[in-house]
Design a protein around this ligand. Sequence first.
Ligand code: F6R
Length: 610
Amino acid sequence: MCGIIGYVGQRQAAPILLNGLRKLEYRGYDSSGIGVIDSKRGSIIVRKMPGKIAKLAALIERQPVGAARIGISHTRWATHGVPNKVNAHPHWDQSKKILVVHNGIIENYESIKKFLQSEGVRFISETDTEVVAQLIGFYYRGDFVSAVQKALVRLQGTFALGILCQDATETLITARIGSPLIIGVGEGEYFIASDVPAILEETRHIIYLKDGEMAVMKPDGIEVMTFKGKPLAPKVDTVKFNVDAVKKQGFPHYMLKEIHEQPSVLETMIKSRIKGNRVELEGVSLTDHQLKKLRNIVIVACGTAYHAGMIGRYLIERVAGLPVSVDAASEFRYRDPILNSQTLVVAISQSGETADTLAAVREAHKKGARVISICNVVGSSLARESDGVLYTHAGPEIGVASTKAYVAQITMLYFLALKLGSFTGKVPLAERKRIISALKHMPRLYEDILRHKTAIAKIAKKNSHFGCFLFLGRNINYPSALEGALKLKEISYIPAEGYAAGEMKHGPIALIDEYRAVVCMAPQSETYDKMISNMQEIRARKGKIIAIATEGDLSIRKHAHHVIYVPKTHHLLTPLAVALPFQLFAYYVAVQLGCDVDQPRNLAKSVTVE
Ligand code: F6R
């Protein structure tokens, strides 16, 4: 979703802003813009463009913005108004003195707009953001900071803002509630950004601004305060981050690179969390005594993380015997969930900034439940708002389609299930040891599948012409079917539905004919025979079948047109085994169709609005 970069210091701002915007491209956007203050001329210069950042860079090449040392810039993911030049950020107030970039949604923008219009203010865009610029402009009487503060206390919704004033040629102001924003601290310079990787080349010293805080930055210093002006002492963290981790490292796409990183993500997680046959849940913040007293678990998450959560339900119920419910975070608070102090809410999110997941966590806290999160981004809003955090430490995920984060989330759920299971004794120690031993073998299993990826590429190529796909799975691999379908549709735009195989006869079978393909999750498991029956029913209706099956299962070839084999593993670990092939399958189909794999249309990496 929208991305913000801002700079104030001694260097030329425009190249820093453009470079930062390129690093935010992965978040998803449909227009971009940049605004700087040319202190020599005493004027603000703005350049905006619909489409890719390359177009904005070309425009700036043709119409340079000069050597300004302060500026703000933005990638916009359209919410209010189509993606065009007028709606692109930054936005001015009508005096053209105040300039604003914004990430989030101003929920009361219509009432503020009406008020400003009644005061004679004229608007030119359809955006909620223009209201912020106009409101600050309305209050501006020569004191920039005070005008911003007066405006901030009137805004409702979520926002991260970067604000400039033509008369304050060395002052960059930022403020946030609910939307991500960090401050980078350099030598005589400051940066604002929507995420850490965007400014890593510039600095590793970061201030994580909290909700309801604002900062006033000048080359010679920073003041952090509440919206009402109460001074706060900023805490500067130094991030440990491998800059190479955000590069493609020779891979044609981030998605493929991240798929290849999965064996080492698994290896690292397993080494740090499993000691012998014991699972360590450092970060969970609950004592063993508190964990033992839990009566039920509620998992909340969105998209791919939600699918990981669905697998978690099977795991925790099977291994720990605790009742688990899983909610799409966007639905959670609207169903008035029943929670209490013996409920553990587990929020799963790669970015830790997903607005719906954060809203679900707030609802859970309101109802007295404890919240732990399974999160990838260190220091994210979710991590800060949870009582405990189990970091997946999978490294930055840049490809919009989540791959390694999904595998890491499931892996963490195995750890959680095993830990809880060690208290409840639902399955005998010997069985828990078998699961742990299979987990330890998983990195090798992944390497093995990756060695044979060209076979998957060939199958993908042969089937990329199908106009519709069905993904079927049963039991613990029902969520795998949902995730397989999501991966394919989001990067190839081919309609793909995931279904519990047992539900096929209750509707989706009507889709089957020689023009549709069905991907069946068919590893060896207790529901294997039932899956074979489904495959026969599909074949009888001329559907094309691609099966993901266990190595050595030769008889499945009678039923499937193509088979992708995965090495044998414990049946509870098959969701990990099938994930890699369906990720690769989706990837190669999308590449074959010439799609923009890393930045699929309309999608955003971090969904920071509800
Ligand atoms: C799909 C995908 C999304 C995210 C979802 C939640 O590939 O990436 O469905 O899983 O937007 O994002 P996080 O995990 O950041 O909360």
